[in-house]
Ligand binder design. Sequence first.
Ligand code: SF4
Ligand code: SF4
Length: 712
Amino acid sequence: MEEAAKTLKEYQEHIDEALNDKFLRKTLDKFAVEYRVSRDNVFKEVPGADCVQKIADTKDWCSKHLEELYEQFKTEAEKRGVIVHRAKTAKEANEIVVKIANENAVKSVVKAKSMTAEETMLNVKLIQEKFEVVETDLGEWIIQLRDEGPSHMVMPAIHLSRYQVADDFTKVTGDAYNPEDIPQLVKVARVQLRKKFNHADLGISGANFCIAENGTFGIATNEGNGRMVTTIPKTHIAIAGLDKLVPKLEDALNVLTVLPRNATGQRLTANVTWINGAGECEIGKDGKKNLHIIFLDNGRTEIAKDPLFSQIFRCVRCGACANVCPVYRMVGGHKMGHIYIGAIGLILTYFFHGRDKAAILSQNCIGCEACKDICSGGIDLPELIREVRTRCHDEFGTPVKEVLAGKILKDRKRFHTFLKFVRFSQKPMADNEGFIRHLPDILFSRHKFKSLPALAPKAFREMWTDLKYTLESPTMRVALFSGCVQDFVYPEQLEAFIKVMKHHNVQVDFPEEQNCCGLPMFMMNQNDVAKEIAEDNLKAMSAANYDAIITLCASCASHLKHGYHTILGDAANAFIEKTTDFSSFMVDKLGVTSELLNKSGEKVTFHSPCHQCRGLGVVEQPHALIDMAAEYVPCAEEQVCCGFGGSYSSKFPEISSQILANKVRNIKETGASRLVTDCPGCIIQIRGGVHKAGLNVKVSHIAELLAENLKP
Ligand code: SF4
Ligand code: SF4
């Protein structure tokens, strides 16, 4: 297994390997698209949101009643002839397995897929102790032959091509195989593995659910191997995390409704095996199976007490958080987790495999919230990842660049002076289209995948005196929260907003004491600075004076609404209640209709910013606005991240560029002549990518589209 990177530079090199793996990229791209279609289909049949809420409620309850669930399970299982063990650490769990194996004169072991056994690195221990161990899940067997860890929790060998698999099988049997003949490859595995089953002394499996009311445990698999592991050898050991305990059968069935649907878009896995006590076994002692279950703690009882991280208990290991993650789609599981992968992998690495390993890995999250949106247990994964980063920063120190950024950003005047200095210095490099013409290679060689914007000659705040207006009897009085990007890079978007508001008889104020929203600092885990900034903005915006506080930046809007609550609690409620993104304000608050707009024939497509569609739950309002002013053309993967993510795109430019390339490809396929969106960060990324690709597509803010199409 690959060693975890110790520095960001080393990690970036690991990532480059994955990005250069054409097969991996093609497979993960294909899977990401097909998975969503299958998943959407199978979730039409069940009340998905209700099932997820039930899992969250049940598992939250379980995390608070762990000891009683464990005792109840133990009592019930022992009544049925099961020997129940509890291991405090991974090492202890492995030692229990070895002890049982030695007591039963075991020589050969067959295993079904178990992430918990991966967590304890059980195979390493068993091999050290001279047992023959064979993984019997096809994917697990393939990666065992290659001495690799799983690259996905449900599809462990998703990263491998049939050519690699054919070569690996040749090494095992000495025969050559046609890689195009997949049924033959499957047959080879079946023949080889059958031989192992027939002679195995011990079967080891995981358990997806452990039901306290009757001491039953259940295993969901897609291959018959799980059943053979649990039935053929006379001794069977199941190994499960304490988080797999649930009170009743119906709780397990609810998990089973969501798990396969979310994991692979299947209604049900091919096999679900329920083991209710030690069954008949011809060759077992007293004609009974020698059946053990080991519950692994490995920090779980401590996690259960943590007010924030106890959410981890809701995880059913469906792997969906990887399936939708734009970063996973680019680099795969070996680069996005230590043993567990994807969003939950970044968190579990911290708890189970060492904080040092998580320090670098946890930076590789763009914060798109796709994982939170799809999670079987409704876990707030991005927030937990952010908290892991905060803890790592506290322990290992904050990078100097980020400390400096914090010092500049928290003082509004210093920040604006800094921006004016940059504006002055960039003059010789700015072109007529608003891009930086030339960037020195020494600093920017990794960032040339998109054209970078120049700061505007005049910031919006410098134009405000000329733009402000007074209406006699406005329908509403609103405050504009500009955000730094629109204030200093794209003031024309705010000018367009002013024009639209005036046309709709809305009075706009621009409180000039406002600062950056603080999101960059919050994401860089400088929580004190983020708090200072939030307090300054609350004071500057004086919510009580306005009907609404509007921002044309979805990231600012999401942070002002959700982040400010995390940072300031209920003190921010009045401010949060008034704050809204542009599209929601226009449609939901102002109730705008096509009455004041011309519908042009322009074909316009849309990119849905992560912080708008998932952060704010706003999806249809922008479509409605486009439809009033132009011909709306849907774009494939409209809600998939564009790859910007604020400082993420400068920290991981290679990943950002590949995510952007997909976005540009999808835009091109629409045939639209314009793309609009509701976030200036996305505009930096997409406009820069479209320009670099030489695509003849105009990229603008939705407010600009409306301003251009106002009826006289
Ligand atoms: S927030 Fe987005 S990038 Fe981060 S782990 Fe979740 S899906 Fe991946
Ligand atoms: S965190 Fe959620 S989405 Fe990810 S594996 Fe666990 S249950 Fe599935």
